[in-house]
Design a protein around this ligand. Sequence first.
Ligand SMILES: [Zn+2]
Length: 238
Amino acid sequence: MRREVEQPVPHGPAVGIDVGIARFATLSDGTFVAPLNSFKKHEQRLAKYQRRMSRKTKFSNNWKKAKARVQRIHARIANARNDFLNKTSTTISQNHAFVCIEDLRIGSMSKSSAGTSELPGKKVARKSGLNKAILDQGWFEFRRQLEYKTAWRGGFTVAVPAAYTSQTCPSRGHVAKDNRKTQTLFACIACQYENNADHVGAINVLERGQRLFACGGTALSGHPAKQEPNEATQAVLV
Ligand SMILES: [Zn+2]
């Protein structure tokens, strides 16, 4: 007799997720996942063997050896990242039936700093460094995994427009640029509410996601949707 695959019933409270560089993911319950930085960790070794490879005569035995080394490092980076993303998304989908995540436009973020390459100097280097960090985080893949894992368990993932989530006071809803004191500190200028800035972002993402879900209904259901939230659903939040 064939055994049916049992679909675990999702449980746990709804959660909002703020994604970032200093913390890979901060949850609205205040917990967070530190970044893996898989690429950065292996970057120097990779550069070393890439240099070595470039110094060898092409297609010589030593060149082939160096090339194999470079490929192994690439594979190791990819494995570590996949493992990290899978574990993180599995844990969250097991503990939360309703997941709201920041809708980062990663594509446009990468493009916009590529456009500044005409400008010489440190700014460009910093930006391309940031880009590398952005791509290294695997946020898009993380969201994709959350979408299908929560859906498989019968839960939902909602992508929430991220505008002003870091500047809005979760206590009374005051929106001000000055609420965000530093990269890590949120302190409301109107009501003295204070918290970690990423935690505030996650609380706001959850609150918005719940509102979107209440308004948008099935258009935002947890089926692994390829679509971004459409303009109509975003307009609700303006
Ligand atoms: Zn406030």
